[in-house]
Design a protein around this ligand. Sequence first.
Ligand code: DP6
Length: 354
Amino acid sequence: MQEIPNKALTGSVAWTCPSNIALIKYWGKREVQIPKNPSLSMTLREARTSTGIRFSYDPASDAPKLRFRFEGRESPVFEKRIKTYIKGMESLVPVLKFCSLEIDSENTFPHSAGIASSASALGALALCLVQLEAHILGQPDPERFWQKASCMARLGSGSASRSIFPGFSLWGRSDSWEGSSDEFAIPVQNYHDTFKNLRDYILIVESGEKPVSSSAGHKLMDSNRFAGPRFDQAHSNLILLLSALKEGDWESFISIVEEEALSLHAMMMTSQPGYILMQPGTLSILHKIRSFRKETNHRLCFTLDAGANVHLLCADADAEVVEAFIRSDILRYCENGRVIVDRMGQGPYKPGGQ
Ligand code: DP6
């Protein structure tokens, strides 16, 4: 183990990390944050969290302090969660035991939009903590840096592990993909140009809090009678999707991505107790997307998160016509006509290029 330096030191670190949308869904886990099946996601560009930490490292101090502010305001609820998370990270980043931290965080997307912020928030926080360690102990090699950030993000929220990489990311062990791991995500670089810059229109059907949290949903998979076949399905869909991405095969891409979305919700409905997160507007949008695709042959499809909102994915080249379709046929199902326009992104970065 690396030696802890005995000289006090202050400094600051900052990272901006995007959110991601899963195409192959992670749903079901075991201790500690190990997924029951591999998942694959697209990292977004516009939905991001920026986090900055001012730290003061003092190996003589035995009572480091932590202060957290979200969007400029004290936030006791978040602060408590972050304290617990950082305490849990001390075994991986031992210098944290001697660091007082002032953390400031903000999102580019409205907190109340009903889109999950845990992936970008935990991604940004984990990157800051690994950077802070590098500041004190010296920079690890780049591969180690990203792997550790992804691993620590995963321990905060499983899907956050994937936000650390640009384009497409894969998290979870699959025999079909060398280097894949349950501990951290890896980037998937081998994909066709047709999927570059994929668009994601996040159609906000409902922005309120979900009646069943993702954590509770994962837990219910422990007793879901369809869990075994579902995990097998995710494994085989991953292989099919990786091949579709490589070959530029839109037809397979669409059928796998929509099947994954519907299977995720089927798992919720068949849990004990079962629950439904889709709303009437969600279903109307799914039907509209399928009819429009059938009529026009444009390359678009839907996916769903653990909620009522719909992610409409489409090829970069089809964006203009899809936007016109959203305006004419979809906006009426969105809460206050709300849509978040996003697309594939290039991964986390240091704000201001520091
Ligand atoms: C449906 O990553 O939010 O979005 O690990 O408990 O934080 P925790 O769960 P979380 O679950 C995400 C579930 C999902 C699918 C996915 O992103 O793969």
